[in-house]
Design a protein around this ligand. Structure first.
Ligand code: GLU
Length: 487
């Protein structure tokens, strides 16, 4: 590629980072990395009515948490929103004057015009079109005013917008890196508002001018913008600018193939991170929504994905968001974490209180954890010993005397072991079971009282898992307490 690759992620700060937004950002990031390019973050905040306080910080935090920080553009440093790079400002609302200037230039070039139609008039036109089952679009009432007349009304202070003067005949042929060739008839394209009556630009004007000014080489964005592409390309052409290349990403779908929505599950990246999905797993999962570099592998690091990424191989059809696959991937990633990293993440997520027993419980379940938050319940269950009645210690096919006898023997047996013996779950279980057989006892009458003594509960994890967690000292304390109850 001759020109430097510059890809932007351009979210509107209307709340949080959506899973679909994460995929758009990730594909942009992967594409930029693949060609040693730059990944920019631009904030499209010209629609002031939709602005949500804190949304920029949230978006940024989620991107950084997933390891796809922008190289250029809006960054948040020590809580402050700043511009990094020499093509800024990267907050669209701070470019209002630039946009207005371009719109006026378009008027001069006669590819845009002033429109004075009132909201009431536009409502009437719309109602009429709906009645006649015609496509709803502006009827171009003001397109025929002379420039002098229009300018006079503007200088007289009349409320107005600026509209794009798109061709009315023929069609436009466009290239999309994913979809290939697309042709749209101009008759389907509206005279888009470029500058609203409040002086703010619309998305269409702002995004196009900013992509030009920021020297964006590739626009990677959601499918919903395909129908706007003719207007954007028309602006490039009218202004004599070189257009970037475009790639429109297919929709994300629920399992029933409806559009991915909050009603069927979480859609905010934060929700997944807060539940203890590892950012690496989430990124791996999201990368494979609509693309897979090989048929025989599912687990990839971000860096591997970047070397393999090929935007032209992204599927054209919608990609189903399959939570089971995310769960599977997350288990793989948790399992593969070095144990200290794993424990640190549990702590950071607030999923594990401090303490040696909590830590041992956490280690025990690392292999089978689906998400970090699941640890909370299992750790609690294995660590806590509730108060219980003495009768619970007696196995259903046994007697109190037998329970006392077995517990006493178990206590002596365990007291004779080293602390380190309790740290090997497999050997501990094997040897203890052999010891029970040797004694000629049953598993039920021996292991039941032992397990209840260690957990205080009718139902709990197994006795060896509990011993692994309590270790020698606490294990013996609990057995003593049980014997005390039956004394
Ligand atoms: N601000 C637009 C959005 O949030 C960006 C579209 C684009 O990337 O051009 O969907």
């Amino acid at each position: 590629m001759a020109t430097p690759v510059r890809v932007r992620f351009a979210p509107s700060p209307t709340g949080y980072l959506h899973i679909g937004g994460l995929r758009t950002a990730l594909y942009g990031w992967l594409f930029a990395r693949r060609f040693q390019g730059t990944f920019l973050l631009r904030i499209e905040d010209t629609d002031r009515t939709r602005y949500v306080e804190g949304a920029i910080e949230n978006l940024y935090r989620s991107l950084v948490a997933c390891g796809i920080s922008p190289d250029e553009g809006v960054v948040v440093e020590n809580g402050a929103i700043i511009n990094r790079g020499d093509k800024g400002p990267y907050l669209q609302s701070e470019r209002k004057e630039i946009h207005l200037h371009y719109a006026q230039e378009m008027i001069e070039k006669d590819v845009a015009y002033y429109c004075f139609c009132s909201a009431e008039r536009l409502d009437e036109v719309r109602a009429q079109q709906q009645l006649l089952k015609q496509p709803v679009m502006y009827d171009r009432h003001c397109r025929h005013l002379t420039q002098d007349e229009a300018k006079k009304r503007v200088s007289d202070g009349e409320t107005h917008v600026i509209r794009l003067k798109v061709p009315v005949e023929g069609s436009i042929k466009m290239q999309d890196l994913i979809r290939g060739g697309i042709e749209i008839a101009w008759s389907q394209v509206d005279d888009q508002v470029l500058i609203k009556s409040d002086g703010f630009p619309t998305y269409h004007l702002a995004a196009t001018c900013d992509d030009h000014d920021m020297e964006i080489s590739h626009v990677i964005r959601g499918d919903e913008w395909v129908s706007s592409l003719p207007k954007h390309l028309f602006i490039y052409q009218a202004m004599g600018w070189t257009a970037p290349e475009f790639a429109h990403l297919p929709l994300l779908l629920n399992a029933d193939r409806s559009k991915l929505s909050k009603r069927q599950g979480d859609v905010a990246v934060d929700d997944y991170l807060n539940k203890g999905y590892l950012p690496e797993a989430l990124i791996n999962f999201v990368a494979l929504l609509g693309w897979n570099p090989t048929a025989d592998r599912e687990v990839f690091t971000k860096e591997e994905l970047a070397t393999l990424f090929d935007i032209t191989k992204v599927n054209k059809g919608g990609a189903v968001f399959n939570v089971e696959k995310l769960d599977w991937l997350n288990t793989q990633y948790i399992k593969a974490l070095p144990v200290d990293d794993y424990l640190a993440r549990l702590r950071q997520g607030g999923f594990m209180p401090e303490g040696i027993m909590h830590e041992r419980a956490a280690r025990m379940i690392q292999e089978r954890l689906v998400k970090l938050s699941d640890a909370v319940e299992v750790i609690r269950e294995t660590v806590e010993c509730s108060d219980y009645p003495a009768t619970m210690l007696v196995w259903k096919k046994s007697t109190q005397e037998e329970a006392v006898m077995r517990l006493q023997a178990t206590r002596v047996y365990l007291a004779g072991k080293d602390e380190s013996w309790f740290g090997n779950l497999g050997a501990m279980e094997e040897q203890t079971r052999a010891w029970i057989v040797e004694k000629g006892w049953g598993n039920g009458d021996t292991l039941w009282p032992m397990r209840v003594a260690l957990s205080g509960r009718e139902k709990s994890p197994g006795p060896f898992e509990l011993l692994f967690v309590t270790g020698k000292d606490e294990g013996l304390v609990r057995l003593d307490a049980a014997l005390q109850k039956m004394a």
